[in-house]
Design a protein around this ligand. Sequence first.
Ligand SMILES: NC(=O)c1ccc[n+]([C@@H]2O[C@H](COP(=O)([O-])OP(=O)(O)OC[C@H]3O[C@@H](n4cnc5c(N)ncnc54)[C@H](O)[C@@H]3O)[C@@H](O)[C@H]2O)c1
Length: 440
Amino acid sequence: MKQICVVGTGYVGLVTGTCFAELGNRVICLDINEEKVVRLQRGEIPIYEPGLEELVQRNVAAGRLRFTTHYAEAVPDADFCFIAVNTPSGAEGEADLGQVRAAAAALAPHLREEAIIVNKSTVPIGTADRVDHIVERHLPADKKGLRFGVVSNPEFLREGSALTDFTQTDRVVLGATRREDAEQVAELYAPLKCAVLITDPRTAEMIKYASNAFLATKISFINEVASVCERLGADVRIVAEGMGRDTRIGRAFLDAGLGWGGSCFPKDVKALAHMAAVSGCHPQLLRTVIEINKHQRHKVIQRLRDSLGTLEGQTVALLGLAFKPNTDDLREAPALEIAHLLLAEGAQLRAYDPVAMDNAARLLPEAYYARDAYDAVSGADAAVLVTDWNEFKQLDLVRLRERMVRPVLVDGRNVYEPAVARSAGFLYYAIGRGSPEDVK
Ligand SMILES: NC(=O)c1ccc[n+]([C@@H]2O[C@H](COP(=O)([O-])OP(=O)(O)OC[C@H]3O[C@@H](n4cnc5c(N)ncnc54)[C@H](O)[C@@H]3O)[C@@H](O)[C@H]2O)c1
């Protein structure tokens, strides 16, 4: 049994800490957000993540998991200190390392001999060295010369399936200057019996950015193909199916729609492009991937303008607000960008999301928050399906249309069959689902 401290108790830190506790370790999760820690100490989970509440409660009850705001409580006994704080976008698209620097500086005075600091946050290439220097600088006089390690261990979990992503991960990536340090971290993952790749810190850091940028590229690629499909009368869903059967391509991340959002892809693609540019490369592909993604949001607005004429004074219903299903995370959610574009053109908003409405009400106070999808579309001139929550897949489309003033439905996630939606009376628009009739 190892003693683990996790610094930063957000989507990644809380899942990581809880899963390591479940594997039998003693874990203290630390956060500077007092309100969050108090809630966790009361047994409340501050985020929506399926299965997490039960797992937290079980490990707290077993005495393997605790929460604190005090570095002096969490760090001194820790064999491993995971840094899982956020690395948001800075003004130029670079990853802002402020939280990582602060965490490294704060934990240094309490570090024990031979402790290993593990960078779990997504951090720019070279950050392991920076953390090493920061910790070195902040060691108190009586600890100068203390031996400690720094290992880069990027996280690949997805919100909404974070627990299974952790326990059934495709791979664990570990980057270290001293191989023994990486091997010690690998031991923590040994019960998962997963593939472990040990490399140097810079390569490990790059694996994370390259992975996210590649997945975002796949989505932007299929969105560009979708635009061509619309013009030339092909159906992008079947195109994706046909492409995906090729094992060299794979079906995942080939769903055309409103584009990628969330807490990772937008900031990580920007950060990689920024790193490329400042190191003298030309990140043309990455810039285009970002541009295509932005365009997907604007296309929805154009579609609504084409259908409704002016948007001034029109009521638009947004079905789904979270950046994807099974999370309450609204960071860089397409819904927010679309909402702001609509508000700027004078539209009124009605919205519904199964779990993200409390978060949304803080960020988008202008909207009316509905009880359910039917309430959301009541009196609306148009509806946009933004997030493909399961509960939207079985909606009664006739009932939905009857509640609306005008029957305009933009299906931003290709959830419905065009023929079914049209026979329910909708002027229905999907993404990239053209048909031969469109070009006749
Ligand atoms: N969210 C994801 O799906 C995901 C997946 C893979 C990787 N990542 C990466 O993991 C990192 C964390 O992401 P997240 O979504 O969990 O972020 P988050 O914003 O949900 O959580 C970060 C937490 O760190 C706390 N914090 C900030 N500064 C601190 C400090 N000095 N000391 C202690 N706590 C501090 C914040 O209060 C917050 O609770 C990011 O680098 C992100 O790119 C995220």
